[in-house]
Design a protein around this ligand. Structure first.
Ligand SMILES: Cc1cc2nc3c(=O)[nH]c(=O)nc-3n(C[C@H](O)[C@H](O)[C@H](O)COP(=O)(O)O)c2cc1C
Length: 199
């Protein structure tokens, strides 16, 4: 969806844990987005009933609720813990209910939180998923290793990580609606060509 006024940034949290460190990152990101002029929403998948696709006969009503939320977003942050080198099953189940209709042209930011030292693979997998859904993943990835020391007492303890999260929050606002950029650029080019022709 596109809008003329404030961009709308939605964050999806792939962890269902009460004390989720991924959620801490996403809350900080959304706070920055609000300060940068966006409206925001954090999707807590615990309040959505989304069994694995086709596990039940009729489609759950929350599938529509999720699709409407994504459809309304100009930018989406996908945050996940690293589970066995990838993103979580809960996030996969949620994304399986979404279609290109909701994600096409939407700017996407990716965050991963790992207990170990080498995060990044979950982000790589989510980048592929984002592209497949025709979304526009940003290059400003946030991959946090050693989660227990980096995120403590519901705060980001490491200033470099905190700043990286804020940067992604600002980028999700700055590049919201990024898929419309070619229109803007071609308008600029046309004007230049016209003015050159006038010379
Ligand atoms: C099933 C499972 C698999 C995990 N696999 C990995 C892994 O492969 N690599 C890693 O660094 N951490 C792994 N972890 C640790 C989580 O990434 C880490 O605890 C993370 O902070 C959890 O995020 P959350 O606090 O948002 O729930 C795993 C945790 C679980 C529960």
């Amino acid at each position: 969806m596109t809008r003329e006024s404030m961009p709308h940034v939605v964050a999806l949290c792939g962890s269902l844990r009460d004390e989720s460190r991924t959620k801490v990152l996403l809350e900080s990101l959304l706070e920055t987005a609000r300060k940068t002029g966006a409206t925001t929403e954090l999707v807590d998948l615990r309040s959505y009933e989304l069994p694995s696709l086709h596990a039940v006969e009729s489609e759950p009503p929350d599938a529509d609720r999720l699709r409407a939320t994504i459809d309304d977003a100009d930018s989406v942050a996908l945050g996940t813990p690293n589970y066995h080198g990838s993103y979580t099953g809960s996030l996969k189940d949620a994304l399986d209910y979404c279609r290109r209709e909701e994600f096409a042209g939407t700017t996407v930011g990716l965050l991963e939180v790992a207990g170990g030292e080498f995060p990044g693979s979950a982000i790589a997998h989510l980048r592929t998923v984002s592209r497949t859904l025709h979304a526009w993943p940003l290059p400003t990835d946030v991959a946090v290793p050693n989660a227990r020391t980096m995120i403590t007492d519901e705060e980001i303890a490491d200033e470099a990580v905190a700043e990286r999260v804020r940067q992604l929050g600002r980028d999700l606002v700055a590049y919201a609606d990024v898929s419309r950029y070619p229109e803007t650029v071609s308008r600029g080019t046309a004007t230049e060509t016209e003015s050159e022709a006038d010379d």
